[in-house]
Design a protein around this ligand. Structure first.
Ligand code: PLP
Length: 385
């Protein structure tokens, strides 16, 4: 199998699997229990929390574990509005993940105002428009660090300067940047930051929200006293321990991994550009997470290419994996001004730690042939484009 959909999810690193298996066998204690088996579980959670905090340049008390990146985004957005009843405006971008877009829609339904700042043709946010949207009524700016479909990296530092000057809280969804480019909360100047374990070779169903000390935010989930009362519910202990191990591995090897993955992606991009006529690369050449390649194949339905690749055991995604079952054209591709017929021909290829040079060679052998054959069937004439 050649897995090239690492932005949708990553395979569990075998070392993470080993650590989780060990934990599940040896530790069933509830971390809130005061006797030894509870304390042991708590200690292991603390260890994971420390590893993750330190990878972000944060302190342990600033990390709250959640059930997913989606929950962390909801928590950040709704939690700030609950804490600031006098403010009623959210500023976000037009290309956020549905976890943010739908949280924004929820606020709108409840009478808040949301500004969706436009992006340019490569997905880069319009900073002037963002700055112009800030008002004394703004509670929160939420702009993702790297986009899941295009890989575009947003200027969070500049956005932080704007937020700081206006005294506005800043949240960034770093689900797609963490582990791929440096993510340091002070360097970025953010107050809230979302992570998800399954995008960094950890387990599904675990996320984290970094909350800078002093940030005004209310919990999303009420109940017991877990996570310093910021996220009640008995912790997903094995998941969190796995998340910690995944981040320990990231710290150890992501710098080297990312150079190698970047080279493989460049090789793949070069090969596609050279061997498939009329492909359209979407996203910026620079200022992009290099492992994400997004291409339109004019004249074809992306799904047909995806299914043809799948028969060769090569797995990629159309548009955004999070909305794979939706008929709608990706809101990200619409926001960069891509006409629907191109958007429907778009594939996202995302590389990861376990890809090899052999994978890239196979894709470069199979993909051009698949596109050629499908275009032949659909009687596509590149000259007419
Ligand atoms: N944010 C971004 C940018 C993502 O790409 C994703 C997942 O695709 C999420 C949030 C949601 O994370 P989770 O799958 O953990 O809910």
């Amino acid at each position: 199998m050649i897995y090239l959909d690492n932005n949708a999810t990553t395979p569990l690193d075998p070392r993470v699997c080993d650590r989780m298996t060990w934990f599940l066998k040896e530790h069933f204690g509830n971390p809130s229990s005061l006797y030894p088996i509870g304390r042991d579980a708590k200690e292991l959670l603390t260890e994971a929390r420390e590893v993750i905090a330190s990878a972000l340049g944060a302190s342990r008390s600033e990390i709250v574990f959640t059930g997913s990146g989606t929950e962390s985004d909801n928590f950040a957005i709704r939690g700030v509005f609950d804490a600031l009843p006098d403010k009623n405006e959210l500023i976000t971008s037009a290309i956020e993940h549905p976890a943010v877009i739908e949280s924004a829609a929820y606020l709108e339904k409840n009478g808040k105002r949301v500004t969706y700042v436009p992006v340019d043709a490569t997905g880069y946010i319009d900073l002037e428009a963002l700055e112009a949207a800030v008002s004394p009524r703004t509670a929160l700016i939420s702009v993702m660090h790297a986009n899941n479909e295009l890989g575009t990296i947003q200027p969070i530092k500049e956005i932080s300067r704007i937020a700081r000057e206006a005294g506005v809280i800043l949240h960034t969804d770093a689900v797609q940047s963490f582990g791929k480019i440096p993510v340091d909360v002070d360097e970025l100047g953010v107050d809230l930051l979302t992570l998800s374990a399954h995008k960094v070779y950890g387990p599904k169903g675990v996320g984290a929200l970094y909350i800078r000390k002093g940030t005004r935010i209310q919990p999303l989930i009420y109940g017991g006293h877990q996570e310093r009362q910021m996220r009640s519910g008995t912790e997903n202990t094995a998941g969190i321990v796995g998340f910690g191990e995944a981040v320990r591995i990231l710290v150890e090897q992501s710098a080297a991994d990312n150079i190698r993955i970047g080279e493989l992606a460049a090789q793949l991009k070069h090969g596609i550009d050279a061997s498939i006529p009329k492909v359209r690369f979407n996203g910026p050449e620079d200022g992009r997470v290099k492992s994400t390649l997004n291409y339109a194949f004019p004249g074809l339905e992306a799904e047909a290419i995806l299914l043809a690749l799948a028969t060769k055991d090569i797995y990629v995604s159309t548009g955004s994996a999070c909305s794979e079952d939706s008929e709608e054209v990706s809101h990200v591709l619409s926001a960069i001004g891509m006409p629907p017929q191109f958007a429907r021909s778009t594939l996202r290829i995302s590389l990861g730690r376990f890809n090899t040079e052999g994978d890239i060679e196979t894709v470069l052998r199979e993909l051009p042939e698949i596109v050629r054959k499908l275009r032949e069937i659909s009687a596509y004439d590149p000259e007419l484009d």
